[in-house]
Design a protein around this ligand. Structure first.
Ligand code: G4P
Length: 526
């Protein structure tokens, strides 16, 4: 096998989807510990608060503890090179969170056993659906009382339309939590409360569930386990093909904080999750093992320090080998650029790396010329697809304090929307500009950047819209639709017609009234 193919086969690029508080940070930390990327538990968490000490990023980012270095966490585990891309939640939740998922090859879903599927997980899963991203599920906090495991699986199946295949099965929960039974290795992993497992304790092999040792170890819980496992016998086995197309998810149970079940999860993950695969472009499919370099930008992070207005564009490599100092073509503007100062994200050592491979993320310094969705290649003209704008869910009106700055406002907003920082909508009637975002942080960033970079001081007021839908349809229908619903129609920054719905009822009603019009939740860049 060529060097490039070997490097590709070793790579696993993934993100974690979860609702805030399900345990993403705790799990990330344990994964990094296994990967040797951090030495001590508590590192990831404490970085949340004191990262700003070393970071030179914008004030707002400092305040919120967002940092470029934590956007991509690379670690080695066994023979694998793992890239964990951060999917910010809580207040940092933004369109970027969604877009990160367009750059991964698989995802890990963390569910709080007491809560089941929560809103943010549902939203993120919707994005995974767009590319049929394979999902591995970790049901966390088994050391606490939670929902019945069968109910959790039913909840996942109903809300997320993915069939659950339990790989491990919990033995009790909360105070009665004794550990998990690995259905494939036929092993029991015992849990000892209060003892943080290192993850390398050997399991107890129980080949035959009628083995009396099971009763010795688990007492009355042995029969419960037998009965539950018997119930599972009726369910389908895991089929690799079904997993790879996102229709089945292997399910693991554990407790991240106790480092219980995490090693099993990580082992299964590196073995099962796909290596970087082919990616679609407008022109053709691109295979990762093609010699020529190619990649696309899925995220742009701004530095608000007025002294350095550079931004970092995060590029996912899709094919070929990247070497420092290499010349690549930026297709949208038809220019060749030498990437001499790209940052290659490695958890431990960011400076020493000279090359990167498909699945890896590199950071390009950007002075405002790079847009979300831009493709870079060695030479061939290509445009990767599937890096969309997502329907905003919160809206604000922009009112200028100084009407003479209107030109600067337009320019700033165009630039910011091109970078994917915020979405901009201009009404068909009137001239009030509406900003749309998926997370509130996007407004804060927009406000600060308009002020610092474009010297535009504006007032922002909440706008009462529920969501946006991009509109498409046959010409005559469209003209009719435009005429009738003018009051709620806007053009986005790329002049695409968009309907802003004041509430859900209105959206449902309008969609029902106009069955031939397409109401799209995402729109591709281009
Ligand atoms: P997030 O990144 O998904 O938001 O979740 P995070 O890891 O911060 O975990 C949220 C809370 O859940 C934390 O408690 C964390 O300690 C706890 N937690 C994570 N895994 C487990 C688990 O397996 N069992 C139990 N019982 N709790 C777990 P916190 O009190 O909010 O924060 P902290 O004071 O512990 O930092």
């Amino acid at each position: 096998m060529s060097r490039l193919s070997t490097e590709i086969q070793k790579r696993r690029t993934f993100g974690i989807i979860s609702h805030p508080d399900a345990g993403k940070t705790t799990l990330t930390e344990k994964l990094l510990l296994f990967g040797g990327a951090i030495q001590m538990a508590g590192t990831v968490k404490s970085r949340k608060s004191d990262r700003h000490a070393t970071s030179d990023w914008m004030a707002i980012e400092k305040e919120r503890g967002i940092s470029v270095t934590s956007s991509v966490m690379k670690f080695h585990y066994r023979d694998f090179d793992v890239n964990l891309l951060d999917t910010p939640g809580h207040k940092d939740f933004s369109e970027d969170t969604y877009r990160v998922l367009t750059a991964v090859d698989s995802a890990m879903m963390v569910i709080d056993s007491a809560k089941g599927v929560e809103a943010q997980t549902e939203k993120l899963m919707e994005v995974c659906r767009m590319r049929n991203t394979p999902i591995i599920t970790f049901i966390n906090k088994l050391d606490r009382e939670g929902m019945d495991p069968l109910d959790i699986m039913a909840d996942i199946e109903n809300k997320l339309q993915v069939e659950c295949v339990p790989m491990t099965w919990p033995i009790g929960m909360g105070k009665r939590f004794r550990g998990v039974y690995d259905r494939y290795r036929r092993q029991i992993q015992l849990f000892t409360a209060g003892k943080a497992m290192r993850g390398d304790e050997k399991g107890i092999l129980i080949n035959d569930l009628n083995d009396p040792r099971l009763d010795e170890i688990l007492g009355s819980q042995a029969d419960e386990l037998r009965a539950e496992l018997e119930l599972l016998e009726a369910s389908s086995p895991l089929e690799r093909e079904e997993f790879l197309k996102g229709s089945q998810t292997p399910v693991f149970f554990g407790s991240a904080i106790n480092n219980f079940g995490v090693r099993e999860l990580l082992d299964a993950f590196v073995e099962m999750a796909p290596a970087p695969g082919p990616r679609e472009t407008v022109q053709r499919m691109v295979e990762p093992a093609e010699e020529d370099f190619s990649g696309f930008v899925f995220k742009i992070q701004a530095n608000m320090d007025p002294a350095h207005r550079d931004r970092i564009a995060f590029l996912r490599i899709c094919s070929g080998t990247f070497t420092r100092g290499m010349k690549v073509r930026h297709h949208r503007i038809g220019k060749d650029v030498t990437i001499s100062n790209a940052t290659i994200f490695m958890a431990q050592d960011r400076t020493g790396v000279e090359e990167a491979f498909p699945g890896d993320i590199i950071g390009l310094h950007n002075h405002g010329t790079i847009k979300i969705g831009d493709t870079f290649t060695a030479k061939e003209l290509l445009q990767f697809t599937g890096i969309p704008n997502f329907a905003p869910e919160i809206f604000q009106k922009v009112v200028l304090r100084d009407p003479l700055r209107s030109k600067q406002l337009q320019k700033g907003l165009l630039q910011l929307s091109e970078e994917g920082a915020v979405q901009v909508f201009r009404p068909l009637m009137g001239n009030e500009i509406i900003l749309g975002a998926v997370g509130v942080l996007q407004f804060d960033v927009t406000m600060a950047r308009l002020k610092n970079e474009y010297n535009v001081d504006a007032i922002y007021q909440p706008a009462q819209y529920f969501t946006a839908r991009w509109i498409d349809g046959e010409k005559k229908q469209l003209a009719e639709f435009e005429k009738k619903l003018r009051a709620n129609l806007f053009h986005d920054a790329e002049d695409h017609l968009t309907y802003l719905a004041p509430n859900k009822w209105n959206l449902d009603y309008v969609m029902e009234q106009w069955p031939d019009i397409h109401f799209l939740k995402t729109r591709e860049h281009g």
